[in-house]
Structures are given as C-alpha cells and as structure tokens.
Ligand binder design. Structure first.
Ligand code: MN
Length: 360
C-alpha cells in the first residue's frame, strides 16, 4: 500500500495555506491512503470561511480517493484521510475541536487515542500536547502495537534528539519516549521535512516562520509498506529566500543598494517569491531608518538591526557602567540630563535597542 503522509496545512494562516493544502491533497489522492499529522488549521477556532474551504477540499478528496474501507471498532468510513489534531487545534477538556467536528461529518477519521484499521494496517495516534506534558501524556496513554499487523503511530510533537539541519530543540520528547515496536512513526509539528530512521516528518505545506530552514521544498512523503521506503513528493509552493546583509559604518543609501542587489539576485517565479532580508548595520551618521523599497518582483520583508555608530558607542559606554551604584554620574558622563534613566537602563537590559535609541 502507498500512503501519502502530510502535515501542518495551517489553513487560515494566509491565502497560500489554502492553495498549497489543496495542491497537496490533489496530488495525494493518487495514492491509496492519506495521513495528516495535525495542525490542519491555524487556529483552534477557525472562522467559517476557513471551515468552508476545508470542507470543500476534504469532500473533493473523498470523491477522488480509490474505495478503501477504514474501521474503528464497529464504525466504518470510506476514502477519507486519517488525522490527529495538532497543537493549534487544541481545545480545553470537554470542548469539541475542529478535527472531532469534521470526524462527525464523515470527511476525515480522527485517530487520537483509538485504533484505526485499514486492510493490514493498524494506525494509532496522540493529538499534539504542550512540550512539557508530552512525555507524561505518552506514558499515561500506554500505546501498544497490534499483533500481526503493520503498525503506524501518529504524533504531533517536538522530538529533541533527531538529527536534522539547524536543530535547536530543547524541550519535547526523545525517541526513547516513543511507544515501542511500531513499524512506522509519522510526526507533524516540525515545519520542514526529513526522515529519521523510521520516523517520517513531512513538514508543513506552507511557510509560517520565514526561517532559513523553511526555504526547503514543501510537500509530503509517500511511504510504500512493501518496500518500506519513503519518497518526498514536492508540491508547487511560493518560494522563500532568506539572506543576511552585514555592513559597518554605512549609509541608508548603501543599505538600499544592497537590498536591491538581493532582489535582483532572487530567481523569478510564480507565485511571487517571498524574500526576507536581515540587515545588520551601523550607520556613519544618524539617518531616518523608515525607508521603503519598492519592488514588484518579490514579497519583501526587511528586518532592520541598524544603529548609528555614535549611538552604538553610547550604548556600549552605558553598558560598561555600574549604573546601580553610580546612576546619576553615569548619565552625566554621556552628556545627557534627563529623568528617564530607569526606563533607558531597563530597555538596554532587555536589549530593546529601538526603545533605548528613542530615549537618548
Ligand atoms: Mn504547525
């Protein structure tokens, strides 16, 4: 059997979330079964427009999928994706979440804390829980594989000890916390795709964080239960590019030129690519930082970490002072007389440079 494993549509996050989820589901309908590992929705209370779009794409998927009987005990379902709720769909105890609502409508099968059977597959899963509770929750639920079946476990958690690019996870479960002896684990929550041993992480179908790691392709895995191999299927998405510019002793004019160079270097594509530029710079002279760049080639985000050289010197000077014992003198030393000393030092301590600059 060929299973399409996908995750994190984040429907409602933006327009792309709908087009790209639709694209993934359309492509996945060619395979035998679809699994979605949580965060189908971006909000625990999606608005009606979002629910409407979701219902339409799930109904369409149901029509396209080949006939396939899915059971949970006595309950029977036909040709629908197998799903767990993610952390974004989480509601307080006793309140129905949107995945339960769609389960009742017959458009998907919620497999949180129940066994779902499809031919010789047994699929179990746990909805996304906050990282600090995840180990406890897994232990409490005590999942076990079923005999003589191909066992799949779905989850939506941070797994901190899996190797992948730019791992900065600290909280979450370890692979040793996973229920033992399942043949395959499918995990959502992590927004870029990779495989660790028998754990498939399909990533999100939409960019939500604009991090460098999200510049990777988006799509889903197709797992073949016979060859026990997975292949990544890319979907058409809006491309993301992230670049960083560092300039010392410069001017706004120079910064703007560098940004324009980056825009020129970005390959053209449809839909328009996103370009995020991080500018780290110190200015020769104090200038207005509220500059705009006009472009119709990319969707541009500029992150400005810019200070003037003189301001930087002042901040360093202030930082090196023992202000608690000598506050008044410290302020006099930088040639300023004002009564916002406390506010200024607080901003400096918190690293809020723009606020500190405004106070100076
Ligand atoms: Mn997510």
């Amino acid at each position: 059997m060929k299973i399409a494993v996908m995750s994190d549509f984040h429907l409602g996050y933006n327009e792309d979330s709908f087009t790209q989820a639709r694209e993934a589901l359309e492509k996945a309908s060619a395979f035998d079964l679809i699994i979605i590992c949580g965060d189908l929705f971006d909000s625990r209370n999606p608005n009606q427009e979002t629910i409407y779009e979701a219902v339409k794409m799930l109904a369409e998927t149901k029509k396209k999928l080949k006939p396939l009987k899915i059971t949970q005990g006595d309950a029977e379902f036909q040709n629908v994706p197998i799903v767990i709720p993610g952390t974004h769909e989480r509601k307080s105890k006793g309140m129905p979440n949107i995945i339960q609502i769609l389960h009742e409508s017959g458009l998907l099968v919620n497999t949180h804390a129940v066994k779902t059977r499809v031919e010789n597959l047994s699929i179990q899963g746990m909805a996304g829980v906050p990282d600090d509770l995840s180990t406890q929750a897994l232990n409490a639920m005590n999942f076990e594989p079923e005999k003589n079946l191909f066992n799949i476990f779905l989850l939506h958690q941070t797994i901190k000890n899996i190797e992948e690019p730019s791992s900065d996870f600290q909280d979450g479960i370890s692979t040793s916390d996973l229920p033992k002896n399942f043949d395959l684990y499918c995990n959502g929550h992590i927004h870029h795709h990779f495989i660790f041993k028998n754990i498939l992480i399909p990533g999100s179908t939409v960019v939500t964080q604009m991090k460098k790691v999200e510049t990777n392709s988006k799509g889903f895995y197709v797992y073949d239960t016979e060859s026990k191999k997975a292949e990544f299927q890319e979907i058409k998405t809006r491309k993301l590019y992230v670049s960083e510019i560092s300039l010392e002793n410069t001017s706004v004019k120079e910064i703007k030129e560098k940004i324009e160079d980056e825009i020129a270097k970005t390959p053209a594509s449809i839909p328009l690519p996103m370009l995020r530029i991080i500018v780290n710079a110190t200015l020769k002279e104090k200038e207005d930082l509220d500059f705009k760049i006009k472009t119709s080639k990319v969707l541009l985000t500029v992150e400005k970490n810019i200070t003037s050289s003189t301001l930087k010197d002042k901040i360093n000077q202030l930082r090196s002072m023992d202000y608690k014992n000598n506050r008044q003198k410290s302020i006099e030393m930088v040639g300023k007389k004002f009564d916002k000393g406390d506010e200024l030092f607080e901003a400096l301590e918190k690293g809020e440079m723009e606020k500190a600059a405004a106070l100076l």
